[in-house]
Design a protein around this ligand. Structure first.
Ligand code: XMP
Length: 520
């Protein structure tokens, strides 16, 4: 799908930094397209990508360590500007003939650097006294610059907090991390690199992406038929509209009601896609089948596997009924495909996330993944471009195995009814308090515990609902939300008064890690 991409691109070579996605997002926010590749990619691949600038991005690795990550030396000779960050700067120095040594002490945290005049990277920054606050995190440091370089900034601990080449294609290195919020002018520094030094313009807009992506889908699919599993979440909804715009009724969406959806979800999807957008939609109520598959299952991973398996079976049957399908569309996003050295979220390994993996091979279909290059916030923007209602665009994530992993223990219809009613109250109250957009996720969980209560003169012995509300950037780490006491009180009162069978509500005050967002 590279023909959906703009010609002005930055390549980020990842040498094992901790938050590689962060720098890519910063550059994209400045409306410049960039990709993250592992440092070991071949010079031919790099040439073919034809970047207009390269960022060598590294973190804790040490050139003095065993087998330090080192890229093909010829990459450093390409006639495009190169910015080395942290380990990237050390690598530049090392490979180009300078010297890097372990610093006497590790430098970690906020530091002040003195910017030397005349380096485009710091254009407009540093104030009259040339001082700039930055975030450092490194062990080694550049002791001697390579020939043809000059210092661009220094600090008390780093004689070459930044360095720049004096002739030829620009090579600049910084010891600090411009991509983190603790470097207050980090964004301007990165902007100086992409705009002033690489000479790019801010052309990566979701309007232009959408037009190119629509054309790319038409080119790929021709007059073939596409199927898409529509879940009602942001990603598959955006794919549905984009494909429908591209190839109209050659697209059929399949919506599977797996019986573990939130209250009103199935109807909402029909209203938006069938009634409003006239997208061809096959609606399958497979509740009985899924609940049979879940009968008596308590192990969370078994729940996930059974739901995944059943989903694939239902989807295959429905797609076969359409006949002659050549393509399978998926809402794969960029974070799912980045081949980075270390950016693997813990959730990827802790829980086997339910997806339709394996489907294309089984069904012998060609994949259509129009969002493969996008970060989540970019997908939301594309959704807006396509007129997707704001309530879907801003939707919180919802796990594929749905309420099955929010009922701790066996899943039954009765428990699902209880959880749905309680969850609806949580959603209502969070929305009414205007908190939905601040929260990554907010939901109810039904615990396998009964507790004693009193109602009137009667002793009760009923179920417990846990309320989980978290703040997060990407779901990999999360903090429990400090909800106002009144909101918690309303949620609790309403659940206990309105949901039959529940006499106690607790609030989950655990962060991730060490807890996870979901309870199962
Ligand atoms: P955890 O619970 O691992 O969740 O902290 C991180 C994010 O992933 C979602 N999640 C899932 N999504 N299938 C999904 O599609 C799953 O099996 C699954 N398990 C967790 C969770 O809702 C949160 O956003």
């Amino acid at each position: 799908m590279t023909n959906a991409l703009p010609p002005e691109r930055i390549l980020i070579l990842d040498f094992g930094a901790q938050y590689t996605q962060l720098i890519a997002r910063r550059i994209r926010e400045s409306r410049v397209y960039c990709e993250i590749w592992p440092y070991s990619r071949s010079i031919e691949a790099v040439r073919a990508f034809d970047p207009r600038g390269i960022v060598l991005y590294g973190g804790p690795a040490s050139l003095a360590g065993r087998e330090p990550p080192i890229c093909d030396r010829r990459i450093l000779d390409l006639p495009v500007p190169i910015l080395g960050i942290c380990y990237g700067q050390q690598l530049l120095a090392h490979q180009l003939g300078g010297e890097v040594l372990p610093a006497e002490r590790r430098e970690f945290g906020s530091a002040e650097i003195q910017v030397d005049a005349g380096c485009d990277l710091f254009h407009g920054l540093g104030g009259p006294d040339g001082r700039l606050k930055v975030w450092m995190s490194h062990g080694d440091r550049v002791e001697r610059m390579p020939p043809g370089f000059r210092s661009a900034a220094h600090s008390s601990n780093s004689p070459f907090a930044a360095m720049a080449s004096t002739s030829g294609p620009v090579r600049v290195g910084v010891q600090f991390h411009p991509e983190v919020v603790h470097t207050p002018h980090g964004r301007e520094i990165l902007d100086n690199f992409v705009f002033r030094i690489c000479g790019l313009s801010p052309t990566w807009t979701m309007g232009s992406f959408t037009e190119r992506a629509i054309q790319a889908v038409r080119d790929q699919v021709g007059d073939g038929k596409i199927v898409l599993a529509l879940s009602g979440g942001v990603d598959s909804s955006v794919v549905a509209l984009l494909l429908h715009r591209a190839v109209g009724d050659q697209l059929t969406c399949i919506f599977v009601d797996n019986g573990v959806l939130r209250h009103g979800e199935a109807q909402r999807v029909r209203d938006v896609f069938e009634t409003h957008f006239h997208v061809p939609l096959k609606f399958v109520d497979a509740t009985d089948r899924f609940l049979r598959a879940l009968d008596g299952v308590t192990d969370p991973e078994t729940k996930r596997k059974r739901i995944g398996y059943e989903f694939i079976a239902v989807f295959e049957e429905e797609a076969a009924r359409i006949g002659d399908v050549g393509f399978l569309a998926q809402g794969t996003l960029y974070p799912d495909v980045i081949e980075s050295v270390s950016d693997r979220g813990p959730s990827a390994t802790i829980k086997s996330h339910h997806n339709v993996g394996g489907l294309p091979e089984r069904m012998k279909l060609t994949l259509v993944e129009p969002l493969r290059e996008l970060f989540k916030d970019e997908v939301r923007e594309v959704g807006r471009e396509l007129g997707l209602p704001e309530e879907i665009v801003r939707r919180q994530p919802f796990p594929g195995p749905g309420l099955a992993v929010r009922i701790v223990g066996p899943v039954t219809r009765e428990k699902l009814d209880v959880l749905r009613a309680a969850d609806l109250i949580v959603q209502d109250e969070i929305r009414a308090a205007g908190l939905e957009d601040h929260l990554w996720q907010s939901f109810a969980v039904l615990l396998p515990v009964r507790s004693v209560g009193v109602m009137g003169d009667e002793r009760t012995y009923e179920e417990v609902i846990a309320v989980r509300c978290v703040e997060s950037q990407d779901g990999m780490t999360a903090d429990w939300a400090r909800l106002p006491g009144e909101v918690l009180a309303r949620i609790s009162n309403r659940i206990i008064n309105e949901v039959r069978g529940v006499n106690r509500v607790v609030y989950d005050i655990s962060s991730k890690p060490p807890s996870t967002i979901e309870w199962e």
